[in-house]
Design a protein around this ligand. Structure first.
Ligand code: ADP
Ligand code: MG
Length: 328
């Protein structure tokens, strides 16, 4: 622990090759992935953003005119490429490469009986998906990595953690053979703190706070991937300038004349109290996350109008880049 604290400097968010974003559904994982991709591209990096499963929401968050994205890498904005990794598509590709008869493999993988068999088998989805990520990380273009940074929108926590538990998956699924060797390469990428990072996304609320602390604990105990900071999303910003502790008195002292268009002062006071209490509670949970995980927190602000388009993502990206914890 001491050696770690004295290490000259931790690789920054954007110095990794692989950032796996995780967290309970609804915390803002997908939003954060889009913002991280935007931030990396703004810094001149070539970034690949990968969604796992059936949904591809990130492209439209980054570009209004984004084309549909599937298993083929698809450019969606300058320096930003997207992909949606469907485990079955990844399996078909892998088996196709191994067996060398892609058409046959596609038929087998599309077969209902085969799918039923696979649905009942643990571990292969994670392994094959991470295998695809590894393959993408290995790709080179003009003598350097094709993608400087790969951002993965991991399945929701619970699955998000088992998702990364490659040694366990291997023990249960593959003991020998080509898949075994492949797996060791995947594990060495995941376990390399210079290349890979797990980025939990939390909310400053009671349950997400507890879950995030538990998540970080579990990752440290059981997984090889590094976790070195937490993103707390949708944080209320300070409602008033610091040092306005006497706001109530100031409101009460407003002269009656000249302020007729304002609500009555006790209404204003009530609103001010509500905003301050909400902010303070939020900050308390951020503090609990910092203390409970021992990790620095990157705050992303709550956007009142929601996250609608590329402009909102660009705003969150600029906050990621401005945050001292963001790049350090
Ligand atoms: N900082 C934010 N401010 C306001 N709304 C947000 C913010 N981050 C995310 N949201 C909204 O919260 C919802 C969940 O976000 P999403 O990124 O889809 O979460 P997840 O991928 O973890 O399920 C979405 O409607 C999204 O637009
Ligand atoms: Mg999502």
């Amino acid at each position: 622990v001491v050696a770690e604290a004295q290490a000259p400097s931790l690789p920054g968010l954007l110095d990794r090759r692989l950032a796996i974003v995780t967290g309970k559904g609804g915390t803002g994982k997908t939003t954060v992935c889009a913002a991280l991709a935007r931030a990396a591209a703004d810094r001149g990096l070539r970034v690949l953003v990968a969604e796992v499963g059936r949904d591809a929401q990130i492209p439209r968050l980054l570009a209004a005119d984004a084309p549909p994205v599937g298993y083929a890498e698809q450019g969606i904005a300058p320096r930003i490429t997207a992909i949606r990794i469907d485990p079955y598509a990844a399996l078909a590709e892998y088996l196709g490469l191994q067996i060398g008869v892609p058409a046959l493999v596609t038929r087998v993988v599309g077969n209902r009986g085969f799918r039923q068999l696979m649905e009942a088998s643990p571990g292969w989805r994670e392994l094959i998906t991470l295998g695809k990520v590894w393959h993408l990380e290995q790709m080179r273009l003009e003598g350097r990595p094709k993608y400087d940074l790969i951002v993965v929108d991991a399945p929701a926590t619970g699955h998000g953690v088992t998702f990364l538990d490659v040694p366990r998956v291997v023990a249960s699924a593959v003991r020998a053979g080509p898949l075994r060797q492949h797996t060791e390469q995947v594990e060495s990428l995941i376990a390399d703190p210079k290349r890979s990072l797990l980025l939990p996304v939390a909310l400053a609320e009671e349950l997400p706070t507890r879950e995030t602390i538990a998540l970080v604990e579990r990752v440290r105990e059981a997984l090889s991937i590094r976790v070195d900071r937490v993103i707390v999303n949708s944080v209320y910003e300070r409602p008033f300038p610091q040092g306005l502790d006497d706001l109530d008195e100031r409101l009460a002292a407003l002269p009656a004349q000249g302020f007729e268009q304002l609500p009555e002062t006790h209404v204003l006071g009530h609103c001010a109290h509500h905003l301050r209490a909400r902010y303070e509670l939020n900050e308390r949970y951020v503090g609990e996350i910092e203390a409970g995980t021992g990790l620095p927190v990157i705050r992303l602000p709550y956007l009142k109008r929601g996250v609608r388009d590329a402009n909102d993502i660009a705003l969150l990206a600029s906050r990621l880049l401005a945050s001292p914890e963001g790049l350090a």
